[in-house]
Design a protein around this ligand. Structure first.
Ligand code: PLP
Length: 451
């Protein structure tokens, strides 16, 4: 499969083979997923997807920010095979193995912070976040039960992590009561400032609010163990906070002795051009959570943090499959590939190019309200009109389906934003093709609205 023949739609999706699987999926699987359009995968290589009817798509999703080194990267597949032939499992809960230590050493090396670190390995993003919550509460021996999170956040769907999550009511509906002592504050979403202020004249009121209202009138800071945050809000809309935001939060945390937990499940592993997105703000968190892009699609999560904080006692936290050896081998290979193939540089190069093209599109397409991002984590917010900023929800749906029908697999985030998160090794030629198709679709939707 070469990039020249892509995209290629030979039968309007869903084709006959896809339809059969869609039907059986509906019968046999619980339908609690999101699912934007009927893409039924047969094969994925690099940045190209082939469906069960032979259609080929450019992948701007990476299996939602997971296959960062491209689908089935040969070095990762080789590492998986090599490990699979040695042993598949022997639980870290009770025993030891080398690939876990090798990976932990690499993770300690690539995470920010010039201090001794330790790693906890688990299976997913939600598990990593919940592990970090327990580490934080445990570090204070239960004396600081409160956890601060952000409105619009996504941290997972298990009971602890879904308590932090607040990007859509459906994620919580019917599941209360959730975890007590978790409170939320507004995220610094400058395009739609919750206080209707403007950056930079606002003087970072969003930070002062936390101190003056949240901590001084509501939640005792000396009973708060940690602040859990996404350095760039992912599911909430690929929202990038202003330049000094995280350093101001760091100061606030230091003032009250609160731990900063950067949830890098979506933004980490090189996606923004740095190993971890928080590095774009030159801030060092106490703990970092990682999953998604860490093992090229194999299930793995990790908490990496200050060795003195990562101090839960024996028997207090573990999971049978956590740090599976095959996943660890894949993750080690992923780190090597990102370094050897300079994928963070590529993420910046292609990301800057895509942002530039979206800005050019915005000159003629009124539907585009805001363009934001870092590296290959780009959000394009669609609005019905630029003055009212009313979210263009239906237009986003139509955009995603029409792109899919023309061979570009891209999904949304937030209320009405396009989410661009392709593999980090996408070529400029392939991104260019995808951008031209997206432009075509946006122009059509924009024109049909003005009729
Ligand atoms: N944290 C963030 C920032 C995420 O984006 C996600 C998933 O989208 C999670 C946590 C949960 O990860 P998982 O789906 O692996 O549980």
């Amino acid at each position: 499969m070469t990039e020249i023949d892509v995209p290629k739609i030979i039968v309007t999706p869903p084709g006959p083979n896809a339809k059969k699987i869609l039907e059986e999926d509906e019968t046999f699987l619980m339908q609690s997923f999101v699912r934007w359009y009927p893409l039924v995968l047969k094969e994925a290589k690099g940045c190209i997807l082939t469906d069960v009817d032979g259609n080929k798509y450019i992948d701007l999703n990476a299996g939602i920010a997971v296959t960062s080194v491209g689908h089935c990267h040969p070095k990762v597949v080789e590492a998986i095979k090599r490990q699979a032939e040695k042993y598949l499992h022997y639980s870290l809960t009770d025993f030891w193995y080398d690939v876990a230590v090798e990976l932990a050493k690499k993770l300690c090396k690539i995470t920010p912070g010039d201090f001794q670190k330790r790693v906890f390995l688990c299976n997913s993003g939600a598990e990593a976040v919940e592990g970090a919550m327990k580490v934080a509460r445990g570090y204070f021996k239960g004396s600081r039960p409160y956890i601060m999170a952000y409105i619009g956040a996504f941290h997972g769907r298990l009971f602890g992590s879904v308590t932090l999550t607040s990007s859509k009511p459906v994620q919580r509906k019917w599941f209360a009561p959730l975890l007590p002592s978790v409170e939320h504050v507004p995220y610094p979403y400058c395009y739609r400032c919750p206080w209707k202020q403007r950056y930079p004249e606002c003087g970072y009121w969003c930070v002062d609010f936390i101190d003056e209202y949240y901590f001084k009138k509501f939640v005792p800071p000396d009973e708060t163990s940690c602040i859990v945050f996404e350095p760039i809000q992912g599911e909430g809309g690929y929202i990038v906070p202003p330049p000094e935001y995280w350093s101001k939060i760091r100061k606030l945390c230091d003032n009250y002795g609160i731990l900063m937990i950067s949830d890098e499940v979506q933004s980490g592993m090189g996606r923004t051009g740095k190993w971890f997105a928080i590095e774009n703000w030159n801030v060092t968190p106490d703990l970092i959570t990682v999953a998604k892009g860490i093992a090229a699609g194999l299930p793995l999560g990790a908490v990496i943090g200050r060795a003195d904080v990562m101090s839960l006692p024996r028997g207090s936290h573990a999971s049978t499959f956590g740090g599976n050896p095959v996943s660890c081998a894949a993750a080690s290979a992923v780190i090597d590939v990102i370094e050897e193939e300079r994928l963070m540089e590529n993420a910046v190069k292609i990301g800057d190019y895509a942002m530039k093209r979206f800005r050019e599109m915005a000159e003629k397409i009124e539907l585009i309200g805001d363009i934001r991002g870092k590296g290959l984590m780009i959000g394009v917010e669609l609005v019905k009109d630029r003055k009212s900023k009313e979210p263009a929800v239906k237009e986003l749906e139509s955009f995603l389906i029409n792109c899919f029908k023309r061979g570009v697999a891209v999904i949304g985030c937030g209320v009405s934003s396009i989410r661009i998160s392709p593999p980090l090794n996408i070529s400029i030629e392939l991104m260019d093709k995808a951008l031209s198709i997206m432009e075509e679709v946006l122009l059509e939707i924009d024109k049909s609205r003005s009729k």
